[in-house]
Design a protein around this ligand. Structure first.
Ligand SMILES: NC(=O)c1ccc[n+]([C@@H]2O[C@H](COP(=O)([O-])OP(=O)(O)OC[C@H]3O[C@@H](n4cnc5c(N)ncnc54)[C@H](O)[C@@H]3O)[C@@H](O)[C@H]2O)c1
Length: 289
């Protein structure tokens, strides 16, 4: 989408981190911006700040709820007539350092519902609208954890993010056969300095585990190391700039850490040679390997 000015961007998870930086970047590009987030207080602040740059509105949305995402499209149409750029970005990391069998059913459901179903609801709701008017771009936020795997973060996160990459690739194939003016990118960031480690405070009631699972030595060590890795990650505004360039130049895979390519190549070599799975950058960063 070469021309952004005067068009409308919708961003989920827009109250913080990467989503907020994208909302600011789209406003700076002259777009109308619709911000959505589950955290209403932070959303109000973000909407007020983005409104200082250009037209913006916001809606409290839980992306795990289809009707909330449908309400987001309705608000967008009411305020700005149509959506053009849709960033399915809201996400949570989930409890770090637990083995796949140690995560509770609620942990699995929460992470998959936000990180995967949030994107699915965004696509099911907005893509028919974009196809109808034929001028749009979708950015799905996955992660480098969608291209590699490991034993840090949560297995639910790796699973959800791999699914978002696959889903985005399927979306690409579908749009290519339709030859429409609608394109898709998948954002696969490495560490970015955001509030993602505070995600427990955004866990909806129905996904809460009572009593909370007991932390293990491994989960505590991994969580502590992840705080440091995330805190020293790239600034969100640099990520927003990369996303901007990818949208304007219609690039599909968006990386924020050039070193990810080595871990992707190692993973693919193992698959081609039927070796054992390799781990990705996040494991190396967290374990100091
Ligand atoms: N920070 C990183 O290192 C990193 C790396 C790779 C991928 N990502 C991905 O980037 C995206 C943005 O995360 P971030 O790092 O900016 O974190 P962040 O916590 O700063 O922002 C995420 C936003 O999503 C919102 N959110 C959480 N659950 C929601 C729900 N159910 N409905 C609507 N909004 C919800 C939060 O309130 C928050 O404002 C996520 O998809 C994350 O997985 C982040």
């Amino acid at each position: 989408m070469k021309e952004l000015a005067g068009k409308t961007a919708v961003v989920t998870g827009a109250a913080s981190g990467i989503g907020r930086a994208m909302a600011e970047r789209w406003a700076a590009a002259g777009m109308n911006v619709v911000l959505a987030d589950i955290d209403e207080a932070a959303l109000d602040v973000a909407v007020a700040e983005v409104s200082e740059v250009g037209p913006a509105t916001g809606l409290r949305v839980d992306v795990t709820v289809a009707s909330d995402v449908e309400a987001l499209l309705a608000l967008t149409v009411d305020c700005f007539d149509r959506a053009h750029l849709v960033c399915n970005n809201a996400g949570v990391a989930g409890p770090a350092g637990f083995a796949p069998h140690e995560l509770t059913v609620e942990d699995w459901r929460w992470v998959l519902d936000v990180d995967l179903w949030g994107v699915i609801h965004g696509i099911r709701t907005f893509v028919p609208h974009l196809l109808e008017h034929g001028d749009g771009h979708i950015v799905n936020t996955a992660s480098q954890a969608g291209l590699t795997s490991g034993s840090v973060i949560s297995a639910a996160y790796y699973a959800a993010k791999h699914a978002v990459v696959a889903l985005s690739e399927c979306q690409f194939h579908d749009l290519a056969t339709r030859a429409t003016g609608v394109n898709v990118s998948v954002l696969c960031p490495g560490a970015v300095a955001t509030n993602i480690m505070y995600d427990e405070t955004r866990r909806p009631e129905r996904f809460r585990v009572v009593p909370a699972p007991v932390a293990t030595d491994h989960s505590e060590a991994v969580t502590a190391a992840m705080w440091d890795v995330i805190a020293s990650g790239r600034p969100p505004r640099e990520v927003a700039e990369l996303v901007h360039d990818a949208v304007v130049n219609n690039e599909f895979y968006i990386y924020t850490d050039p070193n990810i390519v080595e871990s992707v190549a190692a993973r693919h070599r193992a698959i081609e040679q039927r070796g054992f799975p390799t781990t990705g950058r996040m494991d190396a960063d967290v374990t100091g390997g």
